[in-house]
Design a protein around this ligand. Sequence first.
Ligand code: AMP
Ligand code: ZN
Length: 438
Amino acid sequence: MTEIRLHDTMAREKRVFTPADPSRVTMYVCGPTVYNRAHIGNARPAVLFDVLARLLRHTYGEDALVYARNVTDVDDKIITSAEAEGVDPSVITKRFEDFYLVDMGALGVRPPNIAPKATENVGEMIDMIARLIETGNAYEADGHVLFHVPSDPNYGALGRRDRDAMIAGARVEVASYKKDPADFVLWKPSAPEVIGWDSPWGRGRPGWHIECSAMIERHLGETIDIHGGGLDLIFPHHENEIAQSRCAHHGAPLARYWMHNGFLSMAGAEKMSKSLGNVVTVADLLEQGHKGETLRLALLSAHYRQPLDWSESLIAQSRATLDRLYRVAADAEPGQPAPEVAEAIADDLNTPLALSRLSAIDDPATLKASAALLGFLTDDATSWFQGEGDARIDALITARAEAKKNRDFVEADRIRSELAAEGILLEDGPAGTTWRRA
Ligand code: AMP
Ligand code: ZN
């Protein structure tokens, strides 16, 4: 069995991965807040943890992994959207949850085993909040329930920030009812017209962090193997999840390994995000005619902990790489995967290394099976090249004419053979070049 090593944010180093129970490996990834279309940055964790899920299933068995990714379907941004459209919040959340599954599906992301919704786990959240009040880790004030940060001496272990940086970073409201400025909301009151549930503290709704702690407890257990998400979730979200769960579970840790992906950015901005207005959605990219598999390869072209700069040329390179791989694999049946590809993935998901090793494989059956470990070459070559339409062929013919004009006959011949390999034959005539399928 290939040894898996994962970078653990808590330990700040790569550690050999050993599940607590190899017959039931548990993983939880914080999922989308469903009120808008996912941008390509949001797709980075979804694709990354899909690769990890494939590796864990490959290693421990198809049925050994229990992978949960939640759906945050109660949130102030959802409430605002619903009010703006004059509809029930469930109309908004249903619409965007469906879009999310369609968009991620196009990128080859398999659905997780469990996709728990916050609104379906409010009873569990109320129960956990009540326990936190009992243990003295939370208190009620002014219709709110707050987690009291100074009650947890281990608070801050994941992000290792000092207290002032944490308070500033969390942009926590300095409200009069808080005992400490770092305290965060577990429960808040809802006005009569706003979505809410009855609770011992009046009608209200949960804060964001408690949903993950409660859903992990219910669906996976007290301590899980792997917890993941984007870098921006380390603080405050994951720090708060850790505090809630540890205090509710008599000190049992929430997760044994913590994994975080770096940011995807565009044109030098720090991070793609809606608030910066530099967003390109997965749906936009698919509409522009890019294939989902091309976008997936672009997302995996950099190591997940490194930043990734999204650009047109990255997409074009990724497409060219896939075209090459499809040409080698042709329509072969998958054989046995190459061990060196599996080893690269097992080494903290080193996808750039795995991709370069894929490119070096010349046996079609081995290539096809190795590519499948990463979710590539899922199509057969004939339909991969057929689906693209004639625009690319026309562009290549133009590029070839240009090369000839510049007396670059090597390039002109290269283009002719590239097309011939796909079964496209060129005929030069007095009126220019025409093409036909062989
Ligand atoms: P959100 O819907 O904003 O909570 O984000 C969903 C997931 O996408 C979280 O795991 C975020 O950390 C992640 N994420 C958001 N923006 C980016 C980005 N620009 N690059 C990489 N990951 C991101
Ligand atoms: Zn979470």
